[in-house]
Design a protein around this ligand. Structure first.
Ligand code: PAF
Length: 282
């Protein structure tokens, strides 16, 4: 496995691989890797000749400075794990390499970002749009892999690929969970022991909402049931709990229509950590 810090180096090795007719799978990350990321890299490995991962804590997608400063950094551990998986190239640029000057271009994703994460983290998807476009232009992969845990991010990147005509196949991989249901996340390592013990309530809330939706076929009643589940523990501060159309991201209401591709999404603060999760209804 080779590690590169500059755009020109990573472009050059990928160009060579493509000249040799190799397919390229790309896993963009912000580091602090966990089993969720590893599953993306493993899937990329099984579907491509070459796997490229990037590790870059992208400042433009953090609307909260404190979150950026506290974002965990575990580069040595990350690169050892990627090597063990069989990743071929890792791109780890400095901020100056990705942003030689402040980006003036900005993205607006309309209704797709007016809800959920976009509504609560102003500017977040603009930053994601900028960095993912840059990374796609640098790596030019055949396939790129993202986790379902960031469902809205996936919908936004899908739109980016369509609107900017990137010839990249996007692959959405299932959320990897701890045994108790907590979605794996780089932010979990910031939970205290006590918080970690109660954190699975986020996933339990999604399950309770889903059960209520199946039983009552009523969106508002299901959301009330979900809210009751999580409010049983006063340590959580819920930012949103919504039942949405998982492609348009728009909130659903009234009678549940099982023909609509549906997902239930939640964001909640637990101490200083903001947890997000979702489940997709089959
Ligand atoms: O999902 C993430 O880790 C980030 O948002 C991404 C896609 C790597 C862009 O910085």
């Amino acid at each position: 496995m080779q590690i590169f810090n500059t755009v020109s180096e990573i472009k050059s090795v990928i160009r060579e691989a493509k000249q040799n007719n190799k397919t390229v799978g790309f896993v963009p990350t912000m580091g602090a890797l966990h089993e969720g990321h590893f599953s993306l890299a493993q899937r990329a490995k099984s579907e491509n000749d070459i796997v490229v991962c990037s590790i870059f804590v992208n400042p433009t997608q953090f609307n909260n400075k404190e979150d950026l400063v506290n974002y965990p950094k575990t580069i040595d551990k990350d690169t050892s794990a990627l090597k063990a998986i069989g990743c071929d190239y890792v791109f780890i640029p400095e901020v100056q390499e990705m942003y030689p000057s402040e980006a003036l271009l900005s993205f607006s994703f309309g209704s797709l970002e007016a809800v959920l994460e976009g509504a609560h983290r102003p500017g977040h998807f603009n930053g994601v749009g900028i960095v993912v476009s840059k990374l796609f232009n640098i790596v030019q992969p055949h396939r790129a892999y993202f986790g379902q845990k960031d469902l809205q991010q996936f919908a936004i990147i899908n739109r980016l690929v369509i609107d900017l005509s990137f010839q990249i196949e996007l692959v959405c991989c299932p959320t990897v969970r701890e045994d108790d249901g907590l979605a794996k996340s780089s932010r979990n390592m910031r939970l205290t022991k006590e918080e970690r013990n109660i954190a699975p309530l986020v996933h339990k809330t999604l399950q309770a909402t889903k059960t209520a939706l199946r039983n009552t076929k009523d969106v508002e009643t299901a959301l009330e049931e979900g809210a009751k589940e999580i409010s049983a523990n006063s340590n959580f501060e819920v930012e949103y709990l919504q039942i949405i159309d998982r492609f348009t991201m728009q909130p659903l209401s009234g009678q549940y229509d099982s023909e609509i591709p549906t997902a239930i999404c939640i964001a909640a603060h637990l101490g200083s950590v903001r947890l997000i999760d979702n489940i997709v209804l089959e």
